[in-house]
Design a protein. Structure first.
Length: 432
């Protein structure tokens, strides 16, 4: 088992973006877990590593930075695909590229609350790594963004609306009471991942932004949803269900937030997933320790308002990472409920894999600390194409036109970061 990296606090401030740009141009497998350009709390981590799997028997716990050190002191950065979790739960699943992880070897940790910057590496490499972080070489000049074609949709709006009605038929029949129906938008060709990420983080900053490149796949995230956080033996999840676009002026914006907060369908959908996550966490938590710390809280981001709840619990002794993922992954906010029934039916409805989308990404520390976010509002870039997943929770009260418009709202910003336009039917003013 790898040991915690040696850590040193730097005497001055350092710009995370500059460190990342210099590192990205010189290293193959790199990461930037990004709390945002204007973050006032939380942590960001920039670094590099070597491909390697997370030990399934890793014991969870984590000190969560209570010892004064960064909450990530060495371990693994990467992602789990949706299909990995679906298959583990017994649902049918398409073949995918698989989970991808790297073991972090060099890390710069940025504490946004205090402004302090830490460097972490093997002890014998710490001086050289500190020198790189404090005076990163100029980043290699990057080509301008290529003009990208219009995205290709897996489903037309009409087809997606038909799938919504099929979901409602399943709910009417008692097979499920909520299903998270998704689709995909693909942009063929090669893409400059760094330029796309810089545009994405500028347009839609989020507390779980990120750039993770492992091998030939790169994940660009502007995720607002924390899936699993483990520190001090406590696990927390913050499911999101309910979305509204931001308004053009303060009055309209406030009205949209108020509408979201009071919408009976959105509240019902949200509380269904809260109950599902309470059940999932109860499989690995001490009896009586599960709590709903927040219910139906509206969180606002540059592009959308979201309805967010928080569930937490105290892990039983000797809980391993594999136990937690088996209990909770894929996240209920991206499956529906009952979970196995929903995943089984969605496999037949969606007509293709989700892949990294609807999975999770982030870090797993050698000390058992975990911070994993949902892969939503995100882009996956491969050698010959990039793609964006989007979807929404369907209940009996869903209105197809509103659900279709919500998918368009969610996909628009990631596609714009690629320089790609929405497919013509999805871009129709009828959806906005």
């Amino acid at each position: 088992m790898p040991e915690r990296l040696t850590a040193r606090v730097l005497p001055g401030s350092v710009d995370a973006a500059s460190v990342f740009l210099a590192l990205e141009s010189s290293a193959a497998d790199v990461f930037w877990l990004d709390a945002g350009a204007d973050a006032r709390d939380g942590w960001s981590f920039v670094g590099r590593g070597t491909p390697g799997e997370v030990p399934a028997d890793l014991l969870l716990g984590g000190e969560g930075g209570d010892d004064g050190l960064p909450p990530f002191g060495g371990g693994w950065i990467g992602w789990c695909e949706y299909e990995t979790g679906a298959r583990r739960a017994g649902a049918p699943a398409a073949d995918g590229s698989g989970d991808s992880w790297m073991r972090a070897t060099h890390v710069a940790a940025f504490d946004h609350a205090t402004g302090r910057v830490w460097v972490l590496s093997a002890a014998e490499e710490l001086d050289d790594w500190a020198a790189f972080v404090t005076a990163p070489p100029p980043a290699t000049a990057r080509p301008g963004a290529e003009s990208a074609p219009t995205a290709i949709a897996r489903h037309s709006p009409e087809e997606y609306a038909e799938l919504i009605e099929r979901c409602r038929d399943l709910i009417r029949a008692g097979i499920a009471y909520q299903l998270c129906l998704t689709t995909r938008f693909t942009v063929p060709g090669t893409h400059d991942a760094v330029s796309a990420y810089l545009r994405l983080r500028s347009a839609t900053p989020a507390h779980h932004g990120g750039f993770v490149r492992i091998g030939e796949r790169t994940l660009l995230s502007a995720s607002p949803e924390q899936f699993l956080h483990v520190a001090g033996g406590v696990v927390r999840t913050k499911p999101i269900k309910g979305t509204r676009p931001r308004g053009a002026d303060e009055e309209t914006d406030a009205a949209l937030a108020a509408e979201l907060r009071g919408d009976a369908k959105e509240r019902a959908e949200n509380v269904m997933i809260v109950d599902l996550m309470r059940n999932d966490l109860s499989r690995v938590c001490e009896p009586g320790s599960i709590r709903v710390d927040g219910l139906w809280v509206v969180e606002s981001y540059p592009a959308v308002h979201q309805l967010v709840s928080t569930v937490s619990g105290t892990l039983v002794a000797d809980t391993m990472l594999d136990h937690l993922l088996e209990a909770a992954f894929p996240a209920g906010s991206m499956t529906g409920a009952p979970k196995l029934s929903a995943m089984t039916r969605l496999h037949g409805l969606e007509g293709g894999p989700r892949g990294v989308y609807a999975g999770c990404f982030g870090f797993v520390g050698v000390d058992g600390a975990v911070d994993l976010a949902m892969v939503i509002r995100s882009i996956v870039i491969e050698p010959d194409a990039a793609w964006v997943g989007a979807g929404g929770g369907i209940t009996w009260g869903s209105v197809a036109a509103s659900e279709v418009a919500e998918v368009a709202t969610k996909a628009r910003a990631p596609l714009a970061a690629l320089g790609a336009g929405m497919p013509a039917l999805w871009a129709s003013d009828i959806l906005n």
